[in-house]
Design a binder for this molecule. Structure first.
Ligand SMILES: NC(=O)C1=CN([C@@H]2O[C@H](COP(=O)(O)OP(=O)(O)OC[C@H]3O[C@@H](n4cnc5c(N)ncnc54)[C@H](OP(=O)(O)O)[C@@H]3O)[C@@H](O)[C@H]2O)C=CC1
Ligand SMILES: O=C(O)[C@H](O)COP(=O)(O)O
Length: 541
């Protein structure tokens, strides 16, 4: 069996790293943003470690990138109070600014953010091990998301309308903010996923408390001053620390109006239930998934393999949209396993900045142990590792394993592995696959691969109310970000996309004015189409 990677050669020596990508000296970050000022935290700090190790004469050394404030509940609550004061029951300056002015603030922020591209991209590589190409993509995609959000809002603002509700009654819809939003995101897209809630929340007039993801936390530091300088005091507040100490206190206070959380459903539900008045809380949740790839007997196998390789293994499988289980019809099982295994062998392991690298170290401490445990469980119950070297590991690096046959008794059948394990379930009767989707706790997306239009059509009908997106002959993915992105069951609450997020972070107020010949002047004064500070939209939006 040839070795897919040589653990001894995997981690570099410092002087072998191109200068532009070498880690900076560790930073001791004490600043956090509250009420328009960068406060200096005097308390304990949390160390930020890279998943990357450096080779040294006497062994390997994990790189320490710096430290961030471990705020306590009181410090977090002070940030929340600043957001509450800036919102001021909807009477504050920010929720009452004209849409165009709020857009100008966001544009000012975006310009400052773009200046930090190199710093943020480098931290994405060092903090979460994302390869250079994908780190650059994450940064650029986040900027595009902001640009698209601004574009969508400008277009809506132009669409302002009044309409006749019924004879004698004129209606106007105002899109108003909801209050104070708490925004949190996952470590696999610490920039992009958090900004898909943060920016729409702000631009629609809410004030925000934001806690960066658990890894990919230092990369917010280059943006702290841009946030401070671009928004009025208290509109955006950024806290650091352990969620259980900081965010829990915010939820318990009852002062959070919108809970925008992208991460695990366990974290979301633990936090949501702390709110004393959950009926007052709007939630926008993007959560775990176990997206199946379903391969029918008549199929273009080369396309399946190429889509499934990136679908299952890009960023080492650490995407909510990753294909996390493959159902392969028995007629094509053997050639599929051979082709997938051969394709996998071409994925290059290495360091994030190296050209063409696909497989990189994993940021989560304990992840390698977790992957070993679920793999061992599958093997104990009858699965085999199909690809040479599958499951080999060294420090934070885990070489992907293709496992077959995976059966319902194994953890990998139902559990979200969020890592480089590819479980394959051979099937003969497609009813088994339908049953899997219906019984699953998750419902984000699925992929169907096949050439039989009738059978695909039948499956699309069966699955349309089970998942948020069905991909035909293509892997699962979120983009383009203008497409609706949601899920069912434990996978999501609400829909996030450029347009949908604007809805999510606002609510419609109907102004209904009865008019007669005598009060026409009053009516046109009350329903001034464009002089209102509020976004007025048509009924449908
Ligand atoms: N559907 C979607 O749009 C997406 C979903 N995901 C999903 O996100 C997950 C990976 O992200 P990950 O960062 O591990 O998610 P986690 O849920 O572990 O963490 C997200 C945030 O929540 C905090 N947190 C978690 N549990 C609690 C709690 N009980 N009390 C207080 N705070 C809490 C964490 O902080 P701390 O650790 O400090 O407590 C962190 O800031 C995967 O399941 C993936 O599928 C990822 C991307 C997109
Ligand atoms: O999968 C995820 O974690 C994000 O939602 C982004 O999805 P993408 O990698 O398919 O764009």
């Amino acid at each position: 069996m040839s070795r897919p990677f040589d653990p001894a050669a995997l981690f570099p020596r410092l002087h072998d790293i191109p200068e532009a990508y070498r880690p900076d000296a560790p930073v001791e970050q004490r600043e956090y943003l509250v009420g328009g000022e960068l406060r200096h935290w005097q308390g304990p700090l949390a160390q930020v470690r890279s998943p990357i190790y450096l080779a040294e004469d006497d062994g390997e050394r994990q790189v320490v990138l710096g430290s961030t404030p471990l705020l306590d509940a009181d410090a977090a609550l002070a940030a929340l109070d600043a957001a509450v004061a800036a919102y001021d029951h909807g009477q504050g300056q920010w929720p009452n600014l004209r849409v165009a002015e709020r857009i100008a603030h966001v544009e000012a922020f975006l310009a400052r953010m773009r200046e930090q591209r190199a710093a943020v991209v480098k931290l994405l590589m060092w903090e979460i091990g994302k390869n250079l190409k994908d780190s650059e993509k994450e940064f650029d995609r986040t900027c595009d998301y902001i640009v698209d959000t601004i574009g969508a809002l400008k277009e809506l603002d132009r669409r302002s309308s009044r309409f006749e509700l019924e004879q004698g009654t004129l209606g106007q819809i105002r899109r108003v903010p909801l209050g104070v939003a708490l925004c949190m995101g996952p470590y696999n897209y610490p920039l992009n996923e958090t900004f898909t809630t943060l920016i729409p929340a702000l631009i629609m007039g809410n004030t925000v408390v934001f806690k960066p993801a658990k890894f990919g936390v230092l990369l917010m530091r280059p943006l702290l001053e841009a946030f401070r300088d671009s928004f009025p005091p208290g509109v955006i507040n950024i806290i650091y620390g352990r969620g259980r100490e900081t965010v829990s206190a915010l939820m318990e206070s009852g002062k959070v109006d919108v809970f925008a959380f992208i991460g695990t459903h366990k974290g979301a539900s633990d936090l949501k239930k702390l709110h004393p008045k959950p009926h007052r809380l709007r939630a926008a949740l993007g959560l775990d998934a176990k997206n199946p790839g379903i391969v029918l007997p008549e199929v273009d196998l080369d396309n399946v393999v190429s889509e499934a390789l990136t679908g299952a293994l890009s960023f080492n499988g650490q995407r909510c949209t990753a294909l996390k289980i493959l159902f392969i019809h028995e007629d094509v099982l053997q050639p599929f396993l051979e082709k997938f295994s051969a394709g996998l062998a071409k994925l290059k392991p290495g360091m994030p900045w190296e050209a063409g690298v696909a497989l990189t170290p994993l940021p989560e401490p304990g992840k390698v142990e977790y992957l070993k445990a679920v793999m061992a469980d599958a093997i104990d119950k009858g699965a085999r590792i199909i690809n040479p070297g599958g499951g080999e590991h060294c420090a934070s690096f885990f070489y992907p394993a293709l496992l077959c046959p995976v059966t319902p008794q194994m953890r990998l059948y139902g559990e979200e592995q969020f890592g480089p394990l590819v479980p394959v379930v051979p099937y003969r009767d497609v009813e088994q696959v339908i049953d899997y989707v219906l019984q699953s706790d998750f419902g984000q997306q699925l992929s169907l691969f096949g050439n039989d239009a009738q059978q695909i059509g039948r499956l699309v009908d069966a699955f349309a109310n089970q998942v948020g997106r069905i991909n035909i002959n293509a892997q699962c993915q979120r983009g383009p970000d203008t497409f609706p992105f949601n899920g069912r069951k434990d996978s999501a609450e609400g829909t996030l996309s450029v347009h949908d997020a604007l809805r999510t972070f606002s609510i419609r107020t109907l102004v209904a004015t009865r008019f007669t010949d005598d009060n026409k002047a009053l009516v046109s004064e009350v329903i001034r189409q464009r002089s209102s500070n509020f976004l007025t939209t048509d009924y449908i939006f």
